[in-house]
Design a protein around this ligand. Structure first.
Ligand SMILES: Nc1ncnc2c1ncn2[C@@H]1O[C@H](COP(=O)(O)OP(=O)(O)OP(=O)(O)O)[C@@H](O)[C@H]1O
Ligand SMILES: [Mg+2]
Length: 512
């Protein structure tokens, strides 16, 4: 007795269609899984028989062998319980084989035969659609995300009994309207309009958003660094449907979708500085889940109190910052998740926080200051295009009730600047200035001779490094894009050169 159904294995964020073959033969009652099932999938064996029996169905009192094909593909992910159970039910002729053929199955089963909310169902549905299958059977809790895939029949069931009823023609699922593409604009709690004064920092955030540049904000306590950083996501351009699907998929695999539909708002992730490496980069014992760097994909990763983060965590950010992806090495083989985010970091200028402040004297001892500076510098800083001081607000600024420019207006300018980049970078595979490799940025940026001269002088006078030079070119290009200028001029270059940490250090302390 033989049965065959389709399941989906999850590797990283991508689903891979798996053929589940069940054979019932002579021998003592037992269930054997073959075909490279990961250990957690092996464990699922013990859940399947109770689930089937709880659903009022018969478990074959013979030897059951279930093979997962293709054999060279590692079978992972929490959704393989249901296809294994269905394979056995088809092999034991409790479910008609012909009707089952058009569906991919995914879902975790409880011992009572319930279909539990399962991570990664959007990836499952996309894989089924790619494989040309007409439908999927998934947990009712995840039906909405599966319905985001156009042209796919989605059967959302709450129990194994319902799944079997569907194929016997005795149960029909409630219709699954595709989840509306909810824009959470209205739900967004914060807006740049709430930030008073800080014209320079607001401008820097606008430049960062326009070119996809990373930002570091340094200033005394209460200057508004956290407040400003939290508003960066609100001025980023809207996501394309492809981007939104990627983001939704990542959140689904992480089990963070909560039945919500397509995620159309840019992610904003702000992990605490005590975060573990695996929570930051991704990982997990049962199957690999995306970490904060991937949950921030296409959005913002905010590291508040940057100097408090563990050194190895900060170092580990180099790869995603360079490549826009993160590779997680495990004993079971490596997996990869996308991780293309804009980094915004905030820090105090010194341990006491008041170095350079106009009203309070810094009380840090020289050696502590040195050690702190060391923590702030290093390889990460090299990858932050825009670095600036956020000074404390004056009393007058704080009392000023005039609202700042709202995020929506800033975002319009950002979108125009991005459109210009898209046109210029067409065919390069890059979407914005910040992501360009140095040589390409220099070649495509159209820097005017006198602006180039200014940059050359900075190399000598300000000891600008090669990487610093490239960063300045890219930021200047973004500033020109915001200004609607075809060529990069001296104004654009001098503004770009001002967004540098070493410039900041040279500033007079101004303690008075
Ligand atoms: N520019 C500003 N406009 C309006 N409110 C501000 C501004 N700057 C600071 N505030 C007020 O001060 C509070 C503290 O600001 P915030 O937490 O952003 O400071 P910070 O620079 O991150 O300080 P710390 O270094 O202590 O983390 C804010 O919640 C806000 O109420
Ligand atoms: Mg803060």
């Amino acid at each position: 007795m033989y049965g065959r159904v389709t399941g989906v294995s999850l590797l990283g964020v991508r689903g891979h269609v798996v053929t589940v073959e069940a054979h019932i033969g002579r021998g003592l009652p037992a269930l054997t899984l073959t075909g490279l099932p990961g250990a957690p999938v092996q464990d699922a064996r013990d859940r399947i028989r109770p689930a089937v029996e709880s659903a009022g169905l018969a478990w074959p009192m013979r030897r059951v062998v279930v093979n997962l094909a293709p054999g060279n593909l590692r079978k992972e992910g929490p959704g393989l319980d249901l296809p294994v159970a269905m394979g056995v039910l088809v092999a034991s002729a409790q479910v008609p084989a012909d009707r089952v053929a058009g569906f991919a199955f995914a879902g975790e089963l409880s011992l009572k035969g319930e279909l539990l909310p399962t991570p990664g169902i959007l990836s499952v549905a996309l894989a089924a659609s790619r494989a040309g299958l007409p439908g999927v059977v998934v947990p009712a809790a995840n039906a909405g995300e599966a319905a985001l895939v156009e042209g796919l029949e989605v059967v959302g069931a709450g129990t194994l009994t319902e799944v079997v009823g569907f194929f016997r023609g005795t149960w029909r699922p409630p219709s699954t309207a595709p989840e509306r593409e909810r824009t959470r604009e209205a739900e967004r709690a914060v807006d740049l309009a709430e930030v008073r004064g800080q014209a320079r920092a607001r401008r820097a955030l606008e430049v960062a958003a326009a070119g996809g540049h990373n930002v570091l904000l340094v200033g005394p306590p209460g200057a508004g660094k956290t407040m400003l950083a939290r508003r960066l996501a609100t001025i980023l351009p809207g996501m394309t449907r492809t981007e939104a699907l990627e983001v939704t998929q990542l959140h689904s695999v992480a089990g963070l979708l909560d039945g919500a539909g397509l995620r159309t708002d840019r992610p904003f992730r702000a992990p605490h500085h005590s975060i573990s490496l695996s929570a930051l980069l991704g990982g997990g014992s049962s199957y690999p889940r995306p970490g904060e760097v991937s949950l921030a994909h296409h959005g913002v990763l905010f590291l508040d109190e940057l100097t408090e983060f563990r050194r190895d965590a900060v170092e580990a950010l180099r790869q995603p910052l360079e490549d826009g992806r993160v590779v997680i090495a495990r004993t079971a083989g490596t997996v990869e998740f996308p991780a293309r985010f804009t980094l915004v970091a905030a820090a105090n200028p010194c341990p006491c926080g008041f170095l350079g402040d106009t009203r309070r004297r810094c009380v840090c001892q020289e050696h502590r200051l040195q050690a702190y500076r060391q923590r702030l510098s290093g390889p990460l800083l090299d990858r932050i295009d825009i670095q600036l001081v956020v000074p404390r607000l004056s009393r007058r600024e704080l009392l000023d009730e005039t609202p700042g420019e709202p995020s929506a207006r800033v975002r319009e300018r950002v979108e125009e600047a991005r459109d210009r980049q898209r046109i210029r970078l067409r065919g390069t595979g890059y979407a914005c200035n910040a992501h360009l490799p140095g040589p390409l940025a220099r070649r495509l940026s159209r820097v005017r001779p006198e602006a180039l001269e200014l940059l050359a002088r900075a190399v000598d006078g300000m000891a600008l490094s090669g990487r610093g030079f490239d960063r300045a070119v890219k930021v200047a290009r973004t500033i020109a894009d915001l200004a609607g200028a075809d060529e990069v001029g001296t104004d654009h270059v001098s503004e770009a050169l001002a967004y540098r940490m070493d410039v900041m250090e040279e500033e007079p302390a101004g303690v008075g």
